[in-house]
Design a protein around this ligand. Sequence first.
Ligand code: DC
Length: 223
Amino acid sequence: MIVNIAVDGPAGAGKSYLARAIAKRRGYLYVDTGALYRTVALYMTQKGVDIGNPTEVEASLPGLSVSLDYGDDGEQRVILNGKDVSGSIRTPEISSAASKVSAIPAVRAYLLDLQKDMAKTHSVVMDGRDIGTVILPDAQVKIFLCANEKARAKRRYLELCEKGIATTPEEVEAEMALRDKNDSTRKIAPAVPAPDAVILDNSDLDREGTVEAALAIIDKRLS
Ligand code: DC
């Protein structure tokens, strides 16, 4: 049986850690859909496309080929026009550009089939913003992971520091608040919980506690 698990929620809630951990323990494929929007943003930025202009962005989409690849380590790589760009899409500039391009309907339409097809052929844990509402409305399990703003900003700041990206806690909090506002209030596929999603607030949980809580939700839903 193919199992589809959707993990949605705002930035910095720990979706990718959680989704990756569930996938590993259950032998499913982890699909990070944010990486796809980030790759579109990287391409547009490199090409000098004005990402504030939806017509210009849409007109540039035919020059872009994006795909996902899984190495022997099981880690997802994102391939832009034949090149692995997994490392270059994690900067704060690309985070903000990804949030902007993701509000453009043509960009969402462009990435739709790639995401749906992955889930038709594999058991997946897919994380994003609209997985439970738009991409996998029939997923057997939907988790909406959230945490208060302070906790999320702190986690994201430490994550960026680990990657050697220069920033400050204040900068991270401001960037995240703006991005979440854009992502959750946009007209198309806003980041909101599906009606049948289980809300998991992990403000007071550590990573392992979050994984345990999510596995309990999954086991209950799948039983
Ligand atoms: O999860 P992330 O931070 O890597 O996502 C980057 C941006 O992409 C995020 O600000 C909103 C957008 N996104 C989206 O609109 N829908 C998704 N399923 C995943 C990400």
